[in-house]
Design a binder for this molecule. Structure first.
Ligand SMILES: Cc1ncc(COP(=O)(O)O)c(C=O)c1O
Length: 450
């Protein structure tokens, strides 16, 4: 009996020694691994801990005063800690800056943080000679599979410095080269102004912006005209949030589906997009517009190759720092059942839409777009509206310049004429910070009840 007991004690002692040695080894390894990240982590947390009264934020690369980065305040807030409210300020409802997701990322600060060594991916290319992280591509496919908003199997994926770069890369890749008549780039009114502005600015001999899609319905179907069309289809549409389909039919029609807002924050997802060429952007998925990251999903290999050439000759790919950050963010998006961010996004956007709708409905002075509820395969139910923008119309006969009217009330929107529509319309951004939206709502309520 005594020998069994001593054998037991010996066993416990040996196990304990092994466990201690193992823990010490792990501890030493972690300590060693953490040696060069410590300073960076302290620096990051020190800046994060600067209090800006909940109305601003200090950044590592912000202006430094007295050795400390200063608070960058939300619009209409000022002072060293952003606690002064500027009651007479102008509310910016112009920009589609998607900072409504910032609180989600604050809640996920630990899982979304990255540490980058000075030697991180210094090379022009990845080891396989490409400019694209295969791991990131896999994660993008996974994000689409979870949401069910795009078919990616058997498709080519290319990255760009935001959707903005990809828009032109796509137009160029599908437009006729050296044809006697340039391709007509068209979009349905009201359309995202960048399609026109970018096409005109880049002034190619191969394609020209040619206005509203509906003007070209009959020419497109006429095969004898041999006229090439490149139709932008934006779904949900910017500015009015409507789910859209291609309008033109015909042998020489090609489409670019800009699905920047085809995410559960902003719309129901009725079915996965299965188009020739679709464009998405991180800006409207996670809100990281500053990272400048977008991707295109392409069916045809020749089009993919032409877009690759464009990327290679314009920027030689997307910054590796950005790709690393996007990978980390998408891991958080996918975490758990891959729903948390969308639930936060939808709840925020829907609450805002309900509040604005209620306020506008108090008088007949303004109206906003009517959006049909759609069945959403992601949530498994019919979903109510939660658009990124309000497409506001000044209803009174005399209010022909809605932008000016709002400006006088200290609201900056975006004039309807920029979207190819009447100046009776103004686009109001709903995707900015909560401070920004609250003020916008206050100002609209004041106008409505005047
Ligand atoms: C419809 C649409 N497409 C593309 C973009 C550009 O996105 P990115 O920030 O990726 O350049 C925007 C941005 O507002 C947009 O609204």
């Amino acid at each position: 009996m005594a020998t069994v007991q001593s054998f037991k004690y010996a066993l416990i002692l040996i196990s304990s020694i092994i466990l201690n040695l193992f823990s010490a080894n792990v501890f030493l390894r972690i300590r060693w691994e953490q040696s060069w990240t410590k300073m960076a982590a302290t620096e990051a947390e020190t800046v994060a801990s600067i209090s800006c009264s909940g109305h601003g934020r200090a950044f590592l690369d912000g202006l430094v005063v007295n050795g400390k980065p200063i608070c960058e305040c939300n619009a209409c807030f000022a002072g060293p800690d952003c606690s002064d409210f500027l009651s007479d300020c102008v509310v910016d409802a112009d920009s589609g800056d998607p900072t409504f997701l910032e609180p989600f990322w604050e809640q996920h600060a630990a899982s979304s943080a990255i540490v980058m060594a000075g030697w991180h991916r210094m090379s022009y290319e990845f080891n396989d000679g490409s400019l694209i992280s295969e791991e990131l591509k896999t994660h993008i496919r996974r994000v689409h599979d979870i949401v069910g908003n795009a078919v990616t199997d058997g498709r080519f994926i290319i990255f760009g410095a935001g959707a903005t770069q990809l828009l032109n890369a796509a137009v160029r890749a599908i437009s006729p080269e050296g044809s006697s008549s340039p391709g007509k780039v068209v979009a349905s009114t009201p359309y995202y102004p960048v399609y026109k502005e970018q096409t005109e600015f880049l002034n190619s001999k191969d394609y020209k912006f040619s206005g509203d899609t509906s003007l070209w319905k009959s020419s497109a179907i006429d095969s004898s005209s041999s006229q090439n069309f490149i139709e932008f289809v934006t779904s949900p549409n910017n500015p009015d949030g409507q789910l859209k389909k291609a309008v033109l039919r015909g042998p020489f029609v090609k489409t670019i589906h800009d699905l920047a807002y085809y995410w559960p924050h902003f719309t129901a997802i009725p079915a996965p997009a299965d188009e020739d060429l679709t464009i998405f952007t991180l800006s409207k998925l996670t809100g990281h517009a500053g990272s400048r990251f977008g991707w295109a999903i392409i069916k045809d290999e020749a089009v993919y190759q032409r877009m690759l050439t464009y990327m290679s000759l314009s920027t030689y790919g997307v910054s590796r720092e950005t790709q690393l950050r996007v990978l980390k963010l998408l891991k958080v998006v996918i975490e758990g059942k891959g729903r948390e961010m969308y639930e936060f996004g939808y709840k925020t956007m829907k609450t805002r839409w309900d509040q604005l709708s209620k306020s506008v409905s108090l008088s007949k002075r303004f109206s906003i777009q009517d959006l049909e509820p759609h069945y959403c395969s992601f949530s498994g139910k019919v979903k109510k509206s939660s658009p990124a923008f309000a497409w506001l119309k000044c209803e009174r006969q005399e209010d022909k310049h809605c932008y000016e009217l709002l400006k006088a009330a200290h609201i900056t929107g975006r004039d309807g004429s920029l979207f190819g529509a009447e100046s009776r319309y103004v686009r109001l951004s709903m995707v900015r910070s909560q401070d920004n939206f609250d003020l916008l709502l206050q100002r609209i309520e004041k106008l409505v009840t005047e």
